[in-house]
Design a protein around this ligand. Structure first.
Ligand SMILES: [Zn+2]
Ligand SMILES: [Zn+2]
Length: 173
């Protein structure tokens, strides 16, 4: 998406709908297929002195494995964001300021990179197929939502799993 018009005219506001081309989010911690996507809605405003306000919103469906049993969970991802970019800065300065993948190349905005960066920043930290997912047997790997196994199951009470989750959430903070 070319931004030349809006960069050159102070006060100019443009509204656009852009389709994204990516079909999955390939992050360092995993790859997540996008199963449904709506266009990215963008409002870009020239706030003067070559500073652009970028407002965007997109709704996507992605497949994320359940944190306990690893089954794919269709997950709705709603990204709403607002940012400012100073087009006077060099690409290097901008990268530092935004602290994320650079979605600007000269006066071109790469909507795929923009959405990728937003998804990475707002990625759900923990997705469960259901609140009381029993997870996998730690001994044999059996999915305990679908059946039981003969392993020692003293530690597999779903309430215990919940407590473990609380602890691991604390650790992440
Ligand atoms: Zn699960
Ligand atoms: Zn087992």
């Amino acid at each position: 998406m070319n931004l030349t018009d809006v960069v050159l005219e102070e006060g100019k506001v443009i509204h656009r709908q852009e389709d994204i081309a990516i079909t999955s989010f390939d992050f360092p911690f995993g790859s997540f297929p996008i199963t449904k996507k709506h266009p990215l809605t963008l409002t870009i405003e020239n706030k003067g002195k070559k500073v652009l306000g970028i407002q965007g919103s997109i709704t996507l469906n992605v497949m994320i494995p359940c944190a306990r049993c690893l089954d794919d969970v269709p997950t709705k991802l709603v990204l709403d964001f607002e940012k400012e970019v100073d087009m006077k800065q060099t690409e290097e300065e901008r990268l530092e300021a935004l602290d994320e993948s650079d979605f600007l190349n000269g006066y071109n905005l790469d909507v795929d990179k923009l959405v990728y960066g937003e998804a990475l920043t707002n990625w759900p930290s923990r997705v469960l197929c259901k609140e009381d997912c029993k997870g996998l047997c730690k001994v044999c790997g059996q999915n305990l939502n679908r059946g039981t196994c003969d392993c020692d199951s003293t530690d597999l009470d779903p309430r215990m799993a919940k407590i473990r989750d609380i602890f691991s959430n604390f650790k992440e903070v």
